[in-house]
Ligand binder design. Sequence first.
Ligand code: HEC
Ligand code: HEC
Ligand code: HEC
Ligand code: HEC
Length: 342
Amino acid sequence: MANCFGSTSVKIHAIGLGVLFLAGLSAHPGFAAPDAANTIGPDECGECHKAEVEVWRGTHHYSTFQELPRKDKAREIADNMGIRRIKNESLCLQCHFTQMIDDSGEPDAVAGISCESCHSAGKEWNDLHSDYGGKEVTRETEDPAHREQRIAASRQAGMIQPSMIYDWANNCFSCHTVPEEELVNEGGHPPGSKFELVSWSQGEVRHNVWYNDGQGNPEATAEQKRIMAVVGQMLDLEHALRGVAKATVRGDYAVAMAGRAKAAAQNIQKISDSASTPEIAAVLEVAGGVKLSLGNADALNAAADEVASQARAFVANNDGSGLGGVDSMIPGTDRFKGTPAR
Ligand code: HEC
Ligand code: HEC
Ligand code: HEC
Ligand code: HEC
C-alpha cells in the first residue's frame, strides 16, 4: 500500500502563506445546498427506492441528523460561532442537514445528508426521471428513444446522475473540504476530511442496488475506479485552490487548505508518472504555476476554474480502459471508509 494516495505524510513547509490581504470575490458560486423549496425529501425517494434508503440508513450521513446536536464537540463549535440552535438558521445546516419547506412555509431540517444532497433537489426532475412512458411500460419494454429522452430531460432539469462523476464528486468535496475559514479558525471545526474518492464512496456510502434489482451491491468497476481516483485528486486540488483563495489570515484553515493543494498536486504528479492524458498534464501545469499565498485570490480562482474544466474534459474523454497504470495507487477494499451494505 506504499503507493496509496494520502495526505497524512505530506509536510506542509514552503507554502508561502505570507502577506495578509482580503481575498477577492470568487467567480465560483461555491456549493449550494439543495434549495429547500425544491427538495422533496428522502421519504419521497423511498416510495420507489426502498433498498437505497435502507443502505443510506446505515451511514453517518443519516445518523448525523440525530447525533450531531447531541455531541459535546458540536455544542462547543456552535458556542464558538455564537449559534444557539444547530438545526436551525445556522451554518451547520448547509453540510449536515437536508431542509424542506414545512407546513408553515418555513425551511425545516428533515434529515441528515440525504439523497438530494448528492443527486440534487428533486422537485423538477422526480416525475421526469421515473416515467418509462406510460403505466404499462417497464424498464424492459421502454422504447430506447424514450429512455434516451427521459435521461436527457432529467439531466436538463438538474438531476445529478451516477454517470456524472465530476458533478456528484464535486458535491462530496464541497462539504468534505470544509471551505469555511471562520468555522475552522474560530469555531474549532475539523479543517476538512482526509477524503479520497474511491475509498470514501465505495464503503458505507455505496448503494449500487437499483440496477441489480436487490441482488447485491457491487463495487464500481476497475475502469470506473480509475476515473474516480484521478477526478478525485483533481477535485481535491480544485477545491483546495478555491479554499486558499478564500483565506484571509494565516491560521489553521489556510494551512490546511494549502496542505490539501500540495498533497493533491503531488498525487497528480504520481498519477502522471504512470498514466498520462492531456488533461492530467494540463492540471499539473496549472498546479505548478500558481502560488499558494494569501492575497492571490484571482490567480487561485482562475487556476481552480481551469482544473475544473480539465476534470470535466477528463471524464468526457476517458472510459478508464487506458489508465491501468494508476491501479497500484487505488486504495483496496481494506481502506474503504465504513462497511458496504450486503
Ligand atoms: C415514482 C418512483 C420514483 C421516485 C419517487 C424516485 N425515483 Fe429514482 N428512479 C425511479 C426509476 C423507475 C428509475 C430507473 C430509471 C431507469 O430504469 O433508467 C430511477 C432511477 C434513479 C437513479 C439512477 C438514474 C441513472 O441515471 O442511472 C437515481 C440516482 C435516482 N433514481 C434517484 C432518485 C432520488 C434522489 C429520488 C428522490 C428525490 C428518486 N429517485 C425518486 C423511480 C423513482
Ligand atoms: C462546509 C461543510 C460543513 C459545515 C458548514 C459544517 N460542517 Fe461539521 N463536518 C463537516 C464534515 C465534512 C465533517 C466530517 C469530518 C470527517 O469525519 O472527516 C464534519 C464533522 C463535524 C463534527 C464531528 C467532529 C469530530 O471531531 O467528531 C462536528 C461535531 C461538527 N461537524 C459540527 C458542526 C457544527 C456545529 C457546524 C455548524 C456550526 C458544522 N459542523 C458545520 C462539514 C461541515
Ligand atoms: C453521499 C452522496 C449520495 C447520497 C446521500 C445518495 N446517493 Fe445515490 N448515488 C450516489 C453516487 C455517487 C452514485 C453512483 C455510484 C457509482 O456509480 O458507483 C449513486 C447511485 C444511485 C443510484 C443508482 C444505483 C445503481 O444500482 O446503479 C440510485 C437509484 C440512487 N443513487 C438513489 C439514491 C437515493 C434514493 C438516495 C437516498 C436514500 C441516495 N441515492 C443517496 C451518491 C449519493
Ligand atoms: C452536504 C454535505 C455532504 C456531502 C454532499 C457529502 N458528505 Fe459525506 N459527510 C458529510 C458530513 C457532515 C459527514 C459527517 C457526519 C457525522 O458523522 O456527523 C460526512 C461523513 C461521511 C462519511 C463517514 C466518515 C466517517 O467518519 O466514517 C463518508 C464515508 C462520506 N461522508 C463520504 C461521502 C461521499 C463519498 C460523498 C459524495 C459522493 C459525500 N460524502 C458527500 C457531509 C457531506
